[in-house]
Design a protein around this ligand. Sequence first.
Ligand code: SF4
Length: 273
Amino acid sequence: MKMIATNIQRFSLHDGPGIRTTVFLKGCSLRCPWCSNPENLKPEPEKYIKDGIEGTYGRYYTSDELVKECLKDRGFYEGKLATPDLWKITKAEDIEKLPGGVTFSGGEALLQMESLVPVCTSLHKLGIHTAIETALFVPEKNVRLALDNIDFFYCDMKILDSERCRDIQKGDLELYLRNLDIVMSSGIPTVIRVPVIGGYTDDEENRRAVKELLARYKGKFLKVELLKEHNLSESKYKSLNMKMSYIGVSDELMECYKAEIYEMGMQVEICRI
Ligand code: SF4
């Protein structure tokens, strides 16, 4: 089965434990107005024009081709390979002990989980750790498939009001909550990522809902990352003739949010990605 990806980023330090090879898979079930990867929304190749030059976002890979691409970076994490049993960490402090490896990002990487299974199998045979970044708005069977094939999860927590989630992100919040529960019950090492976006996720009500949901799963995830979004994607939006909708938030609000989560007895940090 083929997968479609827009980019394979090498030596990535922000997409999982250690040095990662990040595969950006194309196609997403959501339409977050602040998305920093607009080229990964549609599930098919897309023409763009950048600085007067035409190109295409996205190309198809067989699983063998994708594994071959990922293995080009094997040298980055060689010497840190381990058996999957050692990858089942339960404390945030132990994240650093994990080896580097391959991270599937997007778009929504879980939409292509069926095709990723043979890729994960090949990588695991070579002792290579796998991680996935997901918003969890996908069919339940894709999540269950990931539990058997992925070693580390990054799960987003965004707008937690059903109507606003549907109107703004085009997502079914009930589906998200069911999938989050599956991941939280799995015991797979997970980091919760909370994008803090002005006008969308930063209001008091949403912050309260996020904290309540975090409290429900306290002890079932390793740590919380509060993401302060950047606006570096403007050129990508321009290249696709799309409009960007992004409002930054203050450092004070980020620090205050962080302190509130810390007081709940959770590991939390602010990340700028
Ligand atoms: S889930 Fe991620 S990739 Fe999809 S629209 Fe939202 S921000 Fe963009």
